[in-house]
Design a protein around this ligand. Structure first.
Ligand SMILES: Cc1ncc(COP(=O)(O)O)c(C=O)c1O
Length: 372
């Protein structure tokens, strides 16, 4: 049943498909894969992956084996890479054809044990650390590899990850690229992948054969400091629950941080930090009602926040009037800036209490099933 007291999160699948095409145009010599870990950055991996598959995406990355198994149930023929390897889930994952990203010699050995038990080579990607010191084989580990171990692998991809891709002038980008070149030369020839969303915009030398795009597909700006080249995907609207015509001097909300005078008008909406709206945005972010900016008044509560709607005519805001909390000129990146964080964090915290509304694209006819 529709609940008129709930906020509505609209996710534009058409915009996600359009962003996939834009990234593919930016890296024309490479293939763009979609990173759909963490439930497609909280937007719903099933809906998002189906839309991307219809847009022509063939390869997907998740973080965990169970995320990969859930995706396999939807997309029988897509290539699904598991970034954190398959520890503990090898059986089902290997039968489902998931491709583990092997990050260290222990993972490689386990995967080869699985292959030996099955009497066949198993597909895998190999992650090479190129200077981020987070995941991946280091140089000494690569040099120590027995070539017979690598021969026993169906090596689909050699990949690495950049630490500072969103800063085009950062010297680590080129350092990491050079180190990736040196280190992948220690391995048998295989398709290579270095770029996340931001690195797609660093130019062709970062593209290699496969780019791994996440946040840009979902509308977050991969080029901070420059105009966002991506189509907006997410909007969050909430109905006004209560309106106050202030008739005495006072303050709004917890901590009494926002003073108000008689004549001010306030509107409270049912979104708070328990829904992923950042508490740190209190007193800093703006929402919009009928296009007019309305500042947040005071602190964000767990389930509520209050807007100062004094700039709007008295009868323009009533219970049920919708306020736009994320969207238009006040998107994920702007809210993140107001809260002192990044668009990734705002996006991946969007909660489960909203009514979720998916719009576009028209259902495609590309089959996701394995042909007989
Ligand atoms: C290894 C790896 N590749 C690609 C991505 C996608 O990054 P982005 O969302 O910046 O495109 C991530 C995300 O964290 C990642 O960890």
């Amino acid at each position: 049943m529709a609940d008129g007291s709930k906020a509505v999160l609209t996710i534009d699948l058409g915009a996600i498909a359009e962003n996939f095409r834009r990234l593919q145009r930016t890296a024309p010599g490479s293939e763009v894969a979609a990173v759909v870990k963490a439930d497609a950055y909280c937007l719903g991996a099933a809906e998002v992956a189906r839309a991307l598959w219809q847009a022509g995406c063939e390869k997907f990355f998740v973080a965990h084996g169970d995320e990969g198994l859930a995706l396999r149930a939807l997309l029988a023929v897509a290539e699904i890479y598991v970034l954190h390897g398959l520890a503990g889930e090898e059986g089902a994952a290997i039968e489902a054809g998931l491709v583990p990203v092997l990050n260290h010699p222990g993972e490689l050995q386990r995967h080869l044990d699985q292959a030996r038990r099955r009497g066949r080579r198993l597909p895998a990607a190999l992650h090479v650390d190129s200077g981020m010191w987070r995941l991946g084989f280091g140089e000494a580990e690569l040099r120590a590899l027995d070539p017979a171990m690598l021969d026993a692998l169906d090596l689909r991809l050699v990949m690495s990850h950049l630490a500072c891709a969103e800063e085009p002038g950062h010297p680590l980008n080129e350092d990491q690229r050079a180190r990736f070149e040196q280190r992948r030369a220690l391995l048998p020839p295989a398709p290579a992948s270095l770029a996340n969303s931001s690195a797609i915009f660093l130019g062709e030398t970062f593209h290699y054969q496969l780019c791994r795009a996440g946040v840009a597909l979902y509308g977050v700006n991969p080029t901070p400091g420059f105009a966002n080249p991506m189509a907006p995907v997410v909007s969050l609207e909430a109905p006004v629950l209560q309106v106050f015509e202030v008739d005495a001097h006072g303050t709004v909300g917890y901590g009494a941080t926002y003073p108000v005078q008689p004549g001010a008008r306030l509107a409270t909406v049912p979104v708070g930090y328990a829904d992923g709206y950042p508490r740190a945005a209190g007193g800093r972010a703006v929402a919009r009602i009928a296009g007019t900016p309305v500042p947040l008044a005071g602190r964000v509560s767990m389930d509520l926040l209050t807007l100062d709607v004094s700039a709007l005519p008295p009868d323009a805001v009533r219970p049920g009037t919708m306020a736009l909390l994320i969207g238009g000129p006040d998107g994920l990146d702007e809210l993140a800036a107001a809260a002192g964080t990044i668009g990734y964090e705002v996006l991946t915290r969007l909660g489960t209490r909203f009514v979720r509304r998916y719009i576009g694209p028209a259902p495609g006819n590309r089959t996701a099933a394995r042909s007989a």
